[in-house]
Design a protein around this ligand. Sequence first.
Ligand SMILES: [Zn+2]
Length: 253
Amino acid sequence: MNELIRCISCDEIFLRTPFDQWPEYESYPNGSLQSFRTIERDDFQNFLESHHGHRLEDLKILKDSFVSEKNYVEPVKISYFKATNGKESFVVKKFREKIDEPLKYQLIHGDYSLRCTNIEIQSKEVMKQLNAEFKTNPLHQNKIDAFVKLFQYIAKTIDIQKLERIPEESPNSLEIYYKIDDISLVYLLRNCRNIFKGQEYLNIEEFIHRHKDDGVLLLKATHKIQITEMAQSRKRVIAAQIRSEKGKIAAKG
Ligand SMILES: [Zn+2]
């Protein structure tokens, strides 16, 4: 059996390997339920019991599809990952409302995409780096400001689709770093000739080449998670409603 199981009848899921939740989780070489340890054994047992006689299916988790609105290390956050049964696509919402609560998983029929909401240059880092590297022949502050302004202007007019993404791990999955494209680079260098002259220009040219691929001249693109929900079949919606009604009645009793 797979690690992510869906009850088709109720449209509920169970994740057998909750990744970051219990590091002591053990594999089960003989496939027997007895080899589960700790709390998941009971949870999975409960899941199987409450969905006894229902149609279950395995969902495949799409690797590298984890995204989160906050930094990876934040304990209270909403994350999403993609899964599929081979025919339909799903998004699994993983969340925890309080730090001492267990993680919850919710199945969404559909997909998500990342929409770029802002592209910016790393102004502070650029200024710091310029000051650090031009210590012996400091640049005039007006020139540093002009350079940052020029670079900002170029970043605003850039088409993110044409840029090369930097594969480096960012602590936030919604902040992606891109390398400036060749045309914008030429434009930047050409306009730098209006700000810097002679040796100063040559130094800036070197600075740009040193930092354009992995340093302070990378562009930072901020994204938003956009979830596209597919309409569920009526039968399933009704099944879920009946289930939630049953739950309410049980809770009252
Ligand atoms: Zn069920």
